[in-house]
Design a protein around this ligand. Structure first.
Ligand SMILES: [Zn+2]
Length: 491
């Protein structure tokens, strides 16, 4: 994260190299902090605190009002212009600049096929978007990883390794147990924190464990039970260190795949779908252990990134993005202890996207209702899940995509996170501003954005993260978030 007042007071860098850039030229490396290449569903985001030394401080919020933004917005609209607008209209005081991603969720202009917001270039970047490291990687930080040349070519040099990485990732070779992959993440974090005058990082990793992948138990994926997990040598080594049988795990996942395929083909087991699923877990506890192993690997990377950042400077802030599935899947929820995560981070960005939340939640119910809970009518399954997760007041299944989730949902999930971390770290709920949804699904209105931002801060959050990226937000919505932040501050 960069503090804007550092530019005024100056530190190790020429303070004002980035200002007055016209929309398309002359960005210093500071702007380009937001580009990094990788091949996994993760991104590091550097944010800039727009400090109180510039105007309108009295009207800004006492809370952390962050926004996720990619490099393209600064390139298209100009650095000073964008920073000014974010502060004036959105009451934004911290910018989380996407530094490393291959994903369209955080990088690039509006998602192709979706309407453009009322700012930025009204033209798809489909053909130029690539992704990667949007900062300049400094080689000394990448000596222990094979992933050395990851600079994103979108705005400059072509990078052949970056072209290969996404494909490698899809093949599952970027395993969290691969020492080179771990060294890459810690190297990237150390590089950003050492080479630039930032305030901290936000780390994204939305990869699911093998059990959820097998069941399609997220909103974001289809059911692909035959390609669920990595059985690479590093994984096998980690498993044997914990006394987990690799052969039994593989056999268990093979049977789970068979169970899922049978369910999708409507071949009902004699004892019913749920009993058969539970029996598999009882007979192959390795299914659970292998899933747990994945989570351990993922959380170990978080701990290592945190340690790498703190070894650069103790006051650098480290945050983790907690994905949406944590909010509506009880099986996933059980694997995420807030008090445990709180020990590895200074803040958690907890996803509570309410507009797209409706269709995502409906999608999740459809997925689990097609396999494990196939014997349960889906509207009843939704009601059961609502009870389990304290969602009682939300819309019925067929109305969920158009209704979205309520501001009260945002408040409830914020309170749950705050209670979970017990004050050990800060909670910045991720606010949905114009995240693309299906044609007939709910779109964010200014009133929604006002209500959800207000609900999150009123529930006690220490800040909010305006999400997913500025290049998909309408300005009226941004302004509504700003108004809510200022009003909560005044109370
Ligand atoms: Zn592996």
């Amino acid at each position: 994260m960069f503090r804007r007042d550092h530019r005024v007071t100056g530190r190790t860098q020429p303070p004002d190299t980035i200002n007055n850039a016209s929309p398309s030229n002359q960005l210093s490396r500071r702007e380009f902090l937001n580009q990094t290449a990788a091949g996994v569903a993760a991104a590091t985001v550097a944010g800039a605190a727009l400090g109180s030394s510039i105007g309108h401080a009295a009207e800004s919020s006492a809370n952390m009002i962050g926004i996720q933004i990619g490099s393209i917005s600064f390139v298209d609209e100009g650095v000073e212009q964008v920073l000014e607008l974010l502060q004036e209209r959105g009451a934004v005081n911290t910018v989380f600049l996407t530094t490393f991603t291959y994903g369209r969720g955080l990088g690039g202009r509006q998602v192709p096929g979706q309407p453009f917001p009322d700012h930025g270039k009204q033209e798809s970047d489909e053909r130029i978007f690539h992704g990667g490291n949007y900062a300049a990687p400094h080689p000394e930080f990448y000596q222990k990883t094979p992933l050395k040349q990851t600079r994103a070519p979108d705005h400059g040099d072509l990078d052949i390794v970056a072209a290969v990485l996404p494909a490698a990732s899809q093949r599952g070779t970027l395993c969290l147990f691969h020492p080179g992959v771990r060294a890459f993440w810690t190297g990237l974090a150390a590089d950003l924190c050492t080479s630039y005058d930032i305030d901290g990082i936000l780390f994204f990793n939305e990869r699911n464990g093998p059990l959820l992948n097998a069941l399609g138990a997220s909103h974001a994926q289809s059911i692909a039970s035959s390609r669920v997990t990595c059985f690479c040598e590093f994984h096998q080594k980690a498993a044997s260190e914990r006394g987990i049988s690799f052969d039994r795990a593989r056999e268990g996942y093979r049977k789970l795949d068979q169970f899922v395929q049978n369910a999708l083909a409507d071949k009902r087991p004699g004892d019913g779908y749920f009993v058969e699923f539970w029996r598999l877990l009882v007979e192959y506890p390795e299914i659970m252990l292998w899933d747990r192993l994945f989570d351990e690997g993922k959380h170990q990377v978080l701990a290592e990134v945190n340690a790498a950042v703190k070894s650069v400077r103790k006051d650098l802030q480290v945050g983790f993005h907690i994905e949406h599935v944590n909010s509506f899947n009880p099986i996933f929820r059980a694997t995420r202890r807030y008090d445990d995560l709180a020990q590895k981070a200074d803040f958690l960005k907890v996803v509570v996207y309410n507009n797209c939340g409706g269709e995502r939640y409906a999608h999740f119910i459809q997925n689990v209702g097609s396999t494990v809970f196939r014997d349960v009518p889906k509207d009843e399954l939704l009601r059961l899940n609502n009870h389990l997760l304290n969602y009682e007041t939300e819309a019925a299944l067929d109305a969920l995509p158009t209704a979205g989730l309520s501001p009260d949902y945002v408040a409830r999930e914020t309170k749950r996170a705050l209670a979970g971390v017990q004050g050990k770290c800060k909670i910045y709920p991720g606010i949905d501003i114009g995240i693309p949804t299906g044609r007939n699904s709910r779109k964010a209105s200014a009133a929604d954005t006002y209500a959800t931002t207000f609900a999150a801060l009123k529930a006690g959050a220490q800040g909010v993260m305006l999400s997913r990226k500025y290049s998909e937000m309408r300005l009226a919505n941004l302004e509504a978030a700003g108004r809510a932040a200022r009003e909560v501050s005044k109370q």
